[in-house]
Design a binder for this molecule. Structure first.
Ligand SMILES: *[C@@H]1O[C@H](CO)[C@@H](O)[C@H](O)[C@H]1NC(C)=O
Length: 162
């Protein structure tokens, strides 16, 4: 026979399980996995993590008219007083310059001068204009140091959707 006490306990367990499932869904929805990227020749730094939010599944679907947050965590192997971001959209193998609102990496979460063997978070926004075509493309994102060398160079696929 089931005593009233163990029934209460059972119900309690159910609530805990439901709460856990709910929490997992919430986490999966809000903090998606780091973006899978290709290193395209980071020569004076090393990339640790690339995050794009929101990006629920990969390749990231970028909706026209929305803005996305890009967060690249990297380690610097050089000293540099400046850092400049250069972004290209690679469409059918052809890199096309992709203008971003702020080119200066030192205004995107990086404290300049950049020091050797220090970890930095480059954080900026990527607005997706409504006039962009709804296509799949590869984004190539570079951050150049004083000598035009890449502190990081990453490539990741995205899909622009309406
Ligand atoms: C950027 O990503 C790193 C590593 O995941 C994290 O520690 C940091 O808080 C993020 N910064 C912002 C502004 O999201």
């Amino acid at each position: 026979m089931i005593s009233p006490r163990s029934q209460t306990q059972k119900r309690g367990n159910m609530d805990v399980r439901r709460g856990f499932i709910f929490l997992c869904c919430l986490i999966a929805f809000t903090c998606a996995d780091p973006v899978k990227f290709l290193d395209c020749g980071s020569s004076t730094g090393k990339v640790a993590i690339v995050d794009i939010t929101p990006c629920a599944s990969q390749p990231c679907q970028l909706h026209k008219g929305q803005s996305y947050s890009v967060n690249v965590t990297f380690n610097s192997g050089v000293e540099s007083t400046t850092s400049k971001a250069v972004v290209h959209g690679i469409i059918a193998g052809v890199p096309i310059p992709f203008p971003i609102p702020v080119e200066d990496g030192c205004k995107c979460g990086i404290e300049c001068p950049i020091q050797t063997q220090k970890s930095y978070h480059y954080v900026t926004s990527l607005p997706v204009k409504s006039e962009y075509p709804a296509i799949k493309l590869v984004v190539k994102w570079e951050l150049k140091d004083d000598n035009q060398k890449d502190l990081f160079c990453i490539e990741f696929p995205v899909q622009i959707v309406s």
